[in-house]
Each structure stands twice: as structure tokens, then as C-alpha cells.
Ligand binder design. Structure first.
Ligand code: AMP
Length: 355
């Protein structure tokens, strides 16, 4: 039996563990929180991610170790990497933890981005100051219009702890999920379109409507540059801005990603199965979509309307077993349809029920 260790036992760990079961892969997660979502399908070691005895168990029991979040202590991953394959590599996770390192990696790999600079630097047309570390879901970043003083942005952080970016007037936000296997083979899913509210993903349309083959090729090129530059193994998500025919990379997530949840029902191989295939040395699966899909996140208060949601043809409900809290992702719904028109009609019903 192959055993996969996962740092993190949240909803991503849960969906990884659920995808592991039919492959006969056992999953052990390390998670500090009580009653983690992954507990339904994985063995849980309740401990901080850097806990020495928990890491020793992973090193001893697991064939390969992976992460479901990038915010794990790098020393812990490095310790593991000396004893067991860690996929993706420590270097790839470390780059994704630090927006400066990430931007430097993009630049070295020839990946286009918004204009950026270390520290607080004004850009014509508006500036966003972002914390180098610890920001997610739109936290730890603040924006100033042209001519405004940047010193007031993220005032708790000194210049060495932030980067600045020029504000991009993008048309829409897209992302691409890609995978690279142990022999360097790669597979990409279609581009998807992401909608955010206050920095939190609320909706994904898959495939992204109206994408040309050239745009898909450009996205695959960006993902491929990142995968090759890091010798990556596993699934990665690259968040992109579209301006006309051009794509700019915003950030990478070295893991399965919320914008790939639609693949569970909406693609031949889910991103979770794909990640497991990649890191355990199995062949990568087909990434073709099955019809057209929309994924809606369930955020905050509770999940009302399950019965009405499930009455919609092609609708699938995922609950993560998390206590509701404002702003917290507690589940998602994926709607699959045969064409755009059918999808729009089904999605309208689902969003009305959920609102
Ligand atoms: P991030 O935390 O980098 O993913 O940023 C959160 C959100 O802020 C993104 O999804 C965009 O909507 C917006 N954003 C981030 N960087 C920029 C930028 N350089 N220009 C315009 N909008 C941005």
C-alpha cells in the first residue's frame, strides 16, 4: 500500500484523501486543529505542522509527503525532504510563501507579471502594497491611487517585508491548474474564470468562456515555465490576469486549488486524483472537461438550501464539515451542464437558492 503524508487536514486534505481511497492509497495528515475536515478519509496526527514527533511518524510511514497549504514551516519540510520524497519540492513551496521570491522566480523563468518592485515603490496608475508573507484571500494588501502616499499602506510592516505592484486594469481573472509527473510529463486543465468578492473566490466558470486556443497555449506556456524552473512534481495552480490577448501571472499555489474544485465532477480526472497520480509516480490522467461547469463557494454562515440545490440537474454539493464562521469557506457546489445556456439556467437557480 502506498501511503501519502499531507501537511494540513483542511478541505483540500479531505478531498485529496477522498480521491486517494479508490486508488488504494492511504493518507496520513498532520493538522493542529481539532476535528479536521480530512478526518473522514485520513488518519489524523493532531500536532503543529513543525512538531518533531509528528514529522518523524510521517518520515517513517509515508512513501511521499505533500502539502495542502503553503504556509507550513520550511524547516519542517526540509527535515522531511532529507528522509522521504517531498512533492512538490521544498524550494517550490518556499517560493510560493514569499511574494518577492515568487516574483523573482517568475522573472527568471520568463513569466510575465504586473510591474513590481521590492519595498514601497510608487507606480503610475496606482500601486498595491502586499505583505511578502502570510497574506491570502486578499488579506495583507492595500491599494493607493495615483499620487497617494504609500507610507500609510500596511503601516505595521517595514519596507523589507513588502513588495509593490502596479495596478493592472485586467478584463478578468483566470487560473490554470497544471500537473507534472515524476518523469517530467505535464498535463494542463482548461483555463477557468474566477470571480472574487472582497478577495475571496466566490465562483469559477470552467472552461473560462470565450478563450481562444492561443490564450490557452499562453497559459500552458506560463505554467510550463514554472513547472520546469522548479522541477515541480504535483499539481500547481497559477492565478492570471487577462488584458486583451495577454496574460500576466499573479501568483502560484503549490498545491490543489479552490479554482480546480470543479474538476471533481467536471473533468475526466479530478485535480485531487491528478495530484496523487503525479506525486506517487502513476501516469497522469486526462484533463478534458466533461461538459461545462460552474463552481460556487459556500462561505460563512451555514449551508441553507441543500435540498433545493440538489434538486437542480447536474448540481453536486460538497460540505467540508467545518463550523460556519463569517468569511470561512465551508463547502462548495459544482453545477455541470451540456452547454453554456443550460449551465446559466442551472447556475441561476443554485445561486438564488444559496443567496
Ligand atoms: P492576491 O492576494 O495577490 O491573489 O490578490 C488578491 C486580489 O487582488 C486578486 O485576485 C486581484 O483581484 C487583486 N490584485 C492583486 N494584484 C493586483 C494588481 N497588480 N493589479 C490589480 N489587481 C490586483
Amino acid at each position: 500500500v502506498t501511503t501519502v503524508g499531507v501537511l494540513g487536514g483542511g478541505q483540500l486534505g479531505r478531498m485529496l484523501a477522498l480521491a486517494a481511497a479508490p486508488l488504494g492509497i492511504d493518507v496520513v495528515v498532520v493538522e493542529p486543529g481539532l476535528d479536521p475536515p480530512a478526518a473522514v478519509a485520513a488518519e489524523v496526527i493532531q500536532a503543529p505542522y513543525g512538531d518533531a514527533s509528528a514529522l518523524a511518524v510521517l518520515a517513517q510511514r509515508c512513501d511521499v509527503v505533500t502539502v495542502e497549504l503553503e504556509g507550513v514551516p520550511i524547516e519542517a519540510l526540509a527535515w522531511l525532504e532529507d528522509r522521504v520524497p517531498v512533492r512538490p519540492s521544498v524550494a517550490a513551496v518556499a517560493a510560493a510563501q514569499d511574494r518577492l521570491a515568487e516574483k523573482e522566480l517568475f522573472a527568471a523563468a520568463g513569466i510575465p507579471t504586473a510591474p513590481w518592485a521590492p519595498g514601497r515603490v510608487t507606480f503610475e496608475g496606482g500601486t498595491i502594497v502586499k505583505a511578502r508573507r502570510g497574506g491570502y484571500d486578499g488579506r495583507s494588501q492595500e491599494q493607493a491611487g495615483p499620487g497617494h502616499d504609500l507610507a500609510a499602506l500596511l503601516p505595521g510592516l517595514d519596507g523589507g517585508e513588502v513588495i509593490s505592484e502596479g495596478v493592472v486594469e485586467f478584463e478578468r481573472e483566470l487560473s490554470i491548474i497544471a500537473a507534472r509527473g515524476v518523469h517530467g510529463e505535464t498535463a494542463c486543465y482548461p483555463l477557468v474564470e474566477n470571480h472574487h468578492t472582497r478577495g475571496i473566490l466566490v465562483r469559477t466558470l470552467a472552461p473560462a468562456p470565450g478563450c481562444s486556443a492561443a490564450l490557452q497555449a499562453a497559459a500552458e506556456g506560463i505554467a510550463g515555465h514554472f513547472l520546469d524552473a522548479t522541477g515541480y512534481i504535483g499539481v500547481v495552480a497559477v492565478e492570471l490576469f487577462q488584458t486583451g490577448d495577454d496574460l500576466l501571472a499573479n501568483e502560484v499555489a503549490p498545491r490543489v486549488h479552490n479554482s480546480g474544485h470543479w474538476t471533481i465532477e467536471g473533468a475526466v480526472t479530478s485535480q485531487f486524483e491528478q495530484h496523487l497520480r503525479a506525486i506517487t509516480g502513476l501516469p497522469l490522467g486526462a484533463t478534458n472537461p466533461v461538459g461545462v461547469s460552474a463552481m460556487v463557494n459556500l462561505i460563512g454562515e451555514g449551508v441553507a438550501g441543500a435540498v433545493e440545490v440538489l434538486a437542480v440537474p447536474g448540481a453536486h454539493l460538497h460540505r467540508y464539515g467545518k463550523a460556519p464562521r463569517p468569511g470561512r469557506k465551508v463547502g462548495h457546489v459544482t453545477v455541470v451542464a451540456n452547454d453554456d445556456e443550460e449551465l446559466a439556467a442551472r447556475l441561476a437557480v443554485v445561486e438564488r437558492v444559496l443567496s
